[in-house]
Write a protein that binds this ligand. Structure first.
Ligand code: NAD
Length: 477
């Protein structure tokens, strides 16, 4: 039993004033693995006060000082690489290869941000004016459970680079990853109060961050529903917000694509992080004339997908993170069947021999139209919907007919055609002919997938405000 009964405020590990406890459950076997003691509103206020006080000095630090801190954070996280990976497997249920990738992204984020910081111009000119990019203030950062360490890194690194201080409220289900992160921050010698971490519930700690007048920026990753709540709350003081929200990403397979290559890639795009990924390509949009081929290839690609043993390098899909998430996915699968979708693979229930954890069957539906719930709402599990089109224009129209706009994938036999279609899709990131990543490129959503961007200089600028100094050359005459 692991007990996480400390939060990190003003450079110290302290017992929270809050007394509420939450049981932590290993999703692969439903065993209780520990408990986390949750911070309350008072804990949050203490953390905000520490961050506010630290901001006075931290906002004046040099680029070199902050770059050194980012490097130290990279190193101290790197020394916890295996433990962080293990925590992600045990606490969240990620297969080990996925957990390792998530840890790598978290560790690398500090190095990439350091590079971006070192080449960033904090002072520029606009006409005759001098423009200084200034840190906004205290950041309230909130992360979800599906890649907690990655999201912590993607918020902490750019906020530090900008010269902001933070109060972080990680997912309450990710206490082991959070503890390792807090230890890494402590070991890296980050000045007291610059990064504070309060475990706690969204309705308690999260809402206090949103409400408190001393928090200047809300940086949130999570559901669109909670994102809207935060935007509404932050509006009371016109706080700056970055919201990284949900998605229902299209994977457009053009009629000149080699299906034997495109379909396995489409399955991987849809099943990223066991399907518990905001960017997962869950609407697979295919030419009607090739539907039979698509269904056959899809069924055999799914058969090859390994579900189960999280420590097996070949496993692609782990359990859903919680009973709640398992129930949600089952509900969407049942509803798709009721709405008349055709089952190509998977279906309700758990895979053979995997009833002890929150495992679901990798599932694919065909005969889906874009007005069905399975095509419109984010399932957040390994469930794909195949939709058909007659013309390229219709494929693009279906791809864009969604309230979301986070990510898209396009597969085509012609790179040029793939790019032409990519340019017409309304999404923050579009990956052509592969599952590409570029940590320096902006990440974030159009429409209800969010506001603002993470990564690269785009990410750093979310924590900066331009200040124009006019007549900076003038002599009083
Ligand atoms: P969630 O919105 O339920 O919770 C996210 C975080 O918000 C948690 O820390 C939670 O405690 C907190 N929270 C809950 N209610 C709150 C409130 N009223 N005020 C402030 N904070 C509150 O999401 P989840 O279930 O943890 O994660 C899954 C969702 O996250 C999915 O919709 C997914 O698409 C989204 N997501 C988006 C991205 C992205 O980068 N766009 C990445 C990962 C996950």
């Amino acid at each position: 039993m692991h007990v996480f009964d400390k939060i990190y405020i003003n450079g110290q590990f302290v017992k929270p004033i809050g007394l509420e406890e939450l049981e932590l459950i290993n999703p692969a076997n439903k065993q209780v693995t520990g408990k986390v003691v949750l911070g309350n509103v008072e804990d949050t206020q203490l953390a905000i006060a520490a961050a506010k006080s630290a901001f006075k000095h931290f906002s004046k630090t040099t680029v070199q000082e902050r770059a050194d801190m980012l490097l130290r954070l990279h190193q101290s996280l790197l020394s916890r690489f295996d433990r962080l990976t293990e925590a992600t497997v045990e606490e969240y249920g990620a297969p080990v290869s996925v957990a390792r990738m998530l840890t790598q992204i978290a560790v690398d984020a500090f190095l990439h941000t350091k590079e971006d910081l070192e080449s960033y111009s904090f002072t520029r000119t606009a006409g005759k004016a001098k423009v200084r990019m200034e840190p906004i203030g205290v950041v309230g950062a909130i992360t979800p459970w599906n890649a907690n360490a990655t999201h912590l890194a993607n918020k902490i690194a750019p906020a530090l680079a900008a010269g902001c201080t933070l109060v972080v409220k990680p997912s309450e289900l990710s206490a082991a990853q959070t503890q390792l992160f807090a230890e890494a921050i402590h070991e890296a010698g980050i000045p007291a109060g610059v990064i504070n971490i309060v475990n706690g519930k969204g309705e308690v700690v999260g809402e206090e961050l949103t409400r408190h007048p001393d928090v200047g920026v809300m940086a949130f990753t999570g559901s669109t529903q909670v994102g809207k709540r935060i935007a509404a709350g932050a509006a009371a003081q016109l706080k700056r917000i970055t919201l990284e929200l949900g998605g229902k990403s299209p994977t457009v397979i053009l009629d000149d694509a080699d299906l034997s290559k495109a379909i396995p890639l489409a399955v991987r795009a849809g099943y990223i992080n066991s399907g518990q990924a905001c960017l997962a390509g869950t609407r697979v949009i295919v030419p009607a004339s090739r539907l039979q081929e698509v269904k056959q290839l899809m069924a055999s690609a799914i058969e090859a997908v390994q579900v189960g043993d999280l420590w097996d390098e070949a496993t692609l899909i782990g359990p859903m993170a919680s009973q709640k998430q398992y129930d949600t996915v089952q509900r969407y699968i049942r509803q798709a069947l009721e709405d008349g979708a055709e089952l190509v693979a998977g279906g309700p229930g758990s895979p053979e021999g995997l009833h002890t954890g929150y495992f679901v069957k990798p599932t694919v539906f065909a005969s889906v139209t874009n007005d069905m719930t399975i095509a419109r709402e984010e399932v957040f599990g390994p469930v794909l919907a195949i939709l058909t089109y007659q013309t390229e224009e219709e494929a693009i129209e279906i791809a864009n007919d969604t309230p979301y706009g986070l990510q898209a994938f396009v597969f085509s036999g012609s790179t040029e055609r793939g790019n032409r279609v990519a340019e017409q899709i309304v999404a923050g990131r579009i990956s052509v002919n592969g599952l590409h990543d570029e940590p320096k490129a902006p990440f974030g959503g159009f429409k209800q997938s969010g506001i603002g961007r993470e990564h690269g200089t785009y990410g750093i600028e979310e924590y900066l405000e331009p200040k124009a100094i006019l007549g900076h050359y003038a002599v009083l005459a």
